[in-house]
Ligand binder design. Structure first.
Ligand code: SAH
Ligand code: SF4
Ligand code: F3S
Length: 438
């Protein structure tokens, strides 16, 4: 039996793309392995959102060269966002001669043909499409989990935030037909899946490109009717497109989880403007207020970029202040990384590294303290946990997520994996809750 491994970089979109790619590879006779040395087919599914993501891939490709020297039949493939834009693809094609197959984010459906071509000719294959074709049947997926699943609802992004490469890597925003999404969700429910996560770079603008446009809250409304799906999540949301209808739907629809990931990026109006985010700090805080009012107990998470070009100490203090006011339950903080080809990379006044690292540290200290305070306040409450697996360090401990997306550890049997369990919270750190089954 030939074996394959996929190493996935970047976001959930890429993780889900890897699940689609697995389907084709298994159809071609490969079985999955966790061990790189065992694999006959190694795929790196890449990300280009920050420079370090690119460095990791190039480093890994360098290491794979040695493996290929020992094992000349090994097939090495590279896919994903890094292949769609920027210089890396050309560098890999020209300088990394041990790479056999390169394909883009819009060629996943073509993979059977790409593999065929490679097997017939033995020559390197490069397949990069610029336009997304939605003729696909997305039920052709080998999912990483038996109880929670990703469903793509839209591809691409039209927002062009000035720092971001994603619109260049993923192309224009295009929505899948609601009928197909609902059908995919129904099949998942019949198969026993308990949770779905709807994926799009900006789910709030879902439906705009459809022949018969519908809006995101209407899609949620339909999905909420499916029996057996206890949890519906979605990401990511853009504050400029977060409507009162969606906030209302969040409060009303019982399967939609009490968690909202709402990237703010910065707390300074001047920076938000230069980022081309199209909302102000006050508008963002108003959304936070409305969400907390409509959905009691909701957890809010965010993304923040530190050190955007021209960010002054006063701008940064605005971000710190917003974080204190919004009281986020979780978040991702990033150091600004100039992406060639984006408007921000051409802006003067790039902030010196030492200043950025100092601000980054102050920001995470503040955020972690808030998470800890908020997590401690949950001690004594009972939360529903969907059990994902056993802890890496102790198999007598289970890990899972609450509806609010908190990570919970509690003692239990592996037979409980995939089940919904009520857990009383007994302890907390900034990032995890501990508890016991009630
Ligand atoms: N579409 C989503 C996710 C985009 S990428 C959204 O709009 O939120 C995920 C996060 O990466 C972004 O929210 C942003 O915080 C961060 N990011 C994007 N480009 C970046 C860059 N050039 N440098 C640092 N962080 C970046
Ligand atoms: Fe990037 Fe902005 Fe689109 Fe998100 S909304 S993917 S940050 S351009
Ligand atoms: Fe990276 Fe592409 Fe996602 S650039 S963050 S993998 S959309």
């Amino acid at each position: 039996m030939k074996k394959y491994i996929i190493q996935t970089y970047g976001c959930q979109m890429n993780e889900h793309d890897s699940e689609k790619i697995s389907y084709t590879l298994e159809g071609a006779g490969y079985t999955y392995t966790d061990h790189l040395e065992e694999a006959d087919f190694i795929l790196l599914n890449t990300c280009i959102v920050r420079e370090n993501a690119e460095h990791k891939v190039l480093g890994q490709l360098g290491a794979l060269k040695h493996l290929k020297q020992k094992k000349p039949d090994l097939i090495i493939a590279v896919s994903g966002c890094m292949m769609q834009t920027g210089k890396a693809r050309d560098i890999i094609r020209d300088k990394y001669r041990h790479v056999d197959i390169i394909f883009g984010t819009k060629n996943i459906d073509d993979l059977p043909y790409i593999l065929n071509e490679y097997f017939q000719t033995g020559e390197p294959v490069l397949a990069i499409e610029e336009e997304m074709d939605l003729g696909e049947d997305e039920t052709h997926v080998i999912r990483g989990s038996k109880h929670k699943a990703y469903i793509s609802i839209a591809y691409g992004c039209d927002n062009y935030c000035s720092y971001c490469i994603v619109p260049y890597a993923r192309g224009r925003e295009i929505s899948r037909e609601p009928g197909r999404i609902i059908e995919e969700a129904r099949i998942l429910a019949e198969e026993g899946y308990k949770e779905i996560t709807l994926l799009g770079q900006n789910v709030n603008s879902y439906g705009k490109t459809l022949r018969y446009p519908i809006r995101f809250p209407e899609l949620l409304e339909e999905l909420n009717k499916i029996d057996g799906l206890s949890r519906i999540r979605f990401m990511t949301s853009h504050p400029k497109d977060l409507s009162d209808e969606l906030i209302d739907a969040m409060g009303r629809l019982d399967h939609v989880c009490e968690h909202f990931h709402l990237p703010v990026q910065s707390g300074s109006d001047a920076i938000l403007k230069r980022m081309n985010r199209k909302y102000t700090r006050d508008q963002y805080m108003e959304l936070v207020r409305k969400l907390r009012e409509a959905v009691p107990g909701i957890a809010l998470s965010t993304d923040i970029i530190v050190g955007f070009p021209g960010e002054t100490e006063a701008d940064f203090l605005q971000t710190l202040d917003l974080v204190k006011q919004a009281e986020f339950d979780a978040g991702f903080t990033f150091i600004y990384s100039p992406r060639p080809g984006t408007p921000a990379a051409r802006m003067e006044e790039q902030v010196p590294k030492e200043i950025v690292s100092d601000r980054f540290q102050r920001l995470v200290d503040e955020m972690y303290a808030i998470y800890l305070r908020k997590n401690r306040a949950r001690i004594g409450t009972t939360m529903e946990v969907l059990v994902d697996g056993t802890s890496k360090t102790d198999t007598a401990v289970l890990t899972g997520r609450t509806r609010t997306h908190h990570l919970v550890h509690f003692p239990g049997e592996p037979t409980m994996i995939g089940q919904l369990v009520d857990v009383r919270i007994t302890g907390a750190t900034s990032f995890t809750l501990e508890g016991e089954q009630v």
